[in-house]
Design a protein around this ligand. Structure first.
Ligand SMILES: [Zn+2]
Length: 254
């Protein structure tokens, strides 16, 4: 099928769908300059630097928080400069036109919100808030960012260690109940830039009772257990796909 035929099919399904849900992953933001954490060229200091496991592992964080905060400062600098892609903005337009029920994202880069999306479920947590591991005091983004940049490791006034509300390995994902409910009620489920390798997000598409459309440039090592009753694979660059789709839909993109 050509891209024209694929977008026509997608447009038809979107027109018929009563409840469309999106799952977005790292591939959604690479065009914004946010590196894929799981890719070979992450935000890590080369082959001899700390591994992703040691950065996002609660025990190592408590033992040596400076390793995490070295990474986190670089991450925040990239996030601050990053701008949403066409696809992020297209999804925000879909929501404004009541064509999208919600977005489940595995990303922690806040780009969906920057693009104007409101119904965003950040299952791997977010950078919006940080928390003292000792007394539980919450710090907003502005304060926690300032603290991260003015101290090697930020501590609470109670001397407890402050941790951003990002989900670390072994911690429970956020909003799982709401995300599962949305997936179960959906009759169109778009998987965008997610390799569907990280559970439990990878199981959400299989809960959709309609069509699952996976848009991803490159192969996806998916198995039948993670896809719905009807799954379409569309092997395109996201921005190319959605800008072509919008030639059909003509949604106002901001
Ligand atoms: Zn505290």
């Amino acid at each position: 099928m050509s891209i024209k035929q694929d977008v026509q099919l997608c447009s038809k399904l979107m027109g018929k769908a009563r409840s469309t849900v999106v799952l977005s992953g790292a591939g959604m933001s690479t065009a914004s300059g946010i590196p894929d954490f799981r890719g070979p060229e992450g935000l890590y200091s080369g082959k001899n630097g700390p591994t992703m496991e040691s950065i996002f592992e609660l025990e190592s964080f408590v033992e040596n928080p400076a390793v995490f905060y070295d990474f986190y400062r670089r991450f925040l600098s990239v996030v601050d400069r990053a701008t949403p892609t066409y696809t992020h903005r297209f999804l925000a337009a879909m929501e404004r036109e009541s064509l999208l029920f919600g977005i489940v994202t595995q990303n922690i880069d806040a780009l969906h919100q920057k693009a104007g999306s409101r119904a965003v479920y950040e299952i791997h947590g977010s950078i919006w808030t940080s928390r003292c591991l000792h007394c539980g005091r919450e710090y907003d983004y502005k304060t926690s960012k300032k603290m991260a940049f003015s101290n090697q490791t930020p501590y609470c006034s109670c001397r407890g260690l402050i941790k951003p509300d990002i989900v670390f390995f072994g911690e429970e994902v956020r909003h799982l109940r709401e995300c599962m409910d949305m997936a179960k009620k959906s009759d169109l489920f778009l998987v965008l830039g997610s390799s569907l390798t990280v559970a439990p997000a990878s199981y959400l598409p299989s809960m959709c009772h309609g069509t699952v459309i996976i848009v991803n440039k490159g192969n996806i090592p998916f198995t039948s257990s993670i896809v719905g009753p009807k799954t379409l694979l569309m092997n395109y660059d996201l921005d190319t796909f959605f800008s072509t789709l919008n030639e059909e839909l003509k949604l106002p993109i901001r």
